[in-house]
Design a protein around this ligand. Sequence first.
Ligand code: ADP
Ligand code: FBP
Length: 321
Amino acid sequence: MNKQKLAQIVTITLNPAVDQTLNFTQFHVGQVNRVGKERLDPAGKGINVAKVIKSLGQDVVVSGFLGRDNANIFEHYFQAQEISNHFIKVDGATRVNTKIVDEASGLVTEINFPGIHCNTSNLHELENIIKQLAVESKLFVLSGSLPEEAPLDIYRKFIEILKSYDCKVFLDTSGSALTEGIKAKPYAIKPNIDELKQLMGHSVEQELDVLKAIDTLISGGIAKVVISLGGKGAVVADRSQRLIVRPLDVRVSSTVGAGDALVAGLVYGEAQGMSLEQQARWATAVAAASVAQPGTQAGKFNDVEKQLPNVIIEELKECKL
Ligand SMILES: Nc1ncnc2c1ncn2[C@@H]1O[C@H](COP(=O)(O)OP(=O)(O)O)[C@@H](O)[C@H]1O
Ligand SMILES: O=P(O)(O)OC[C@H]1O[C@](O)(COP(=O)(O)O)[C@@H](O)[C@@H]1O
């Protein structure tokens, strides 16, 4: 396929992060712990999506807000990876989110800060950039938490604008930003199971609950709903299909960024015009390659391609979650 002719993808991250990953052979709460390994990654949801898309050989544009004080870590990365950078620099520093990896248990503890500060003029500038990008690019990913000053319905507003430019929007956020955002009926959403519970306002424990939630969201006007289930895989659905995609058996290094990688695989598949089943296959292979890497690095294209035939996908009506 000629990559030049593919729809260009834009990811928007209003609240990025430098991810500081600290590895401990065994982490003891309430005791002195010595760091084994440390790594710093330019991250945050839309940025993680962009790095995975780029690793698949697809061009990607990034925008949102970056704190001026530590913008270089991001800018160097975008330049080195040839990711087209349309971020707006705002006063202060981008947050540093700490991820504690306990190698003994495999558990990751995440410490995420509230993050960046923006003002009305910054938000206005971002709206204008989005409008300019929407002229050429037709696939947008809006993801992550919001700066405290941003109105809770900002994603809703951006989705409405993007739909008026005939863009498809993938929304991946949580809490009120998600509840408000879906009112604009984005093309696709990818809550994890906890985010889905919050969104529905009740527990979603059984297979039937997940299916009912998917029906509600799809009949409400969202074309694709993907519920990620961590180490249990994901349910990928549209108006005509409900698929359960089993996770690949890989040596897990860090699950941080797994959801972002899944979104990247779906958007990549959408840009390539793949079927729902093919998108689910790529998304799962990409997520597996990402969890096998330390921090929030993307996996290698060759590893993703090799794993594609190993992804197991079943119709949900025939099997259990
Ligand atoms: N332990 C794991 N082994 C293999 N794949 C995993 C593992 N954890 C997550 N994944 C993959 O990453 C995807 C997203 O993970 P999930 O944790 O649900 O996302 P989020 O980071 O948004 O909470 C899953 O659907 C699965 O394909
Ligand atoms: O924007 P939020 O919701 O605060 O999340 C930011 C954090 O989520 C991540 O993007 C990882 O997200 P996922 O594990 O859900 O893919 C980190 O890189 C970042 O520190």
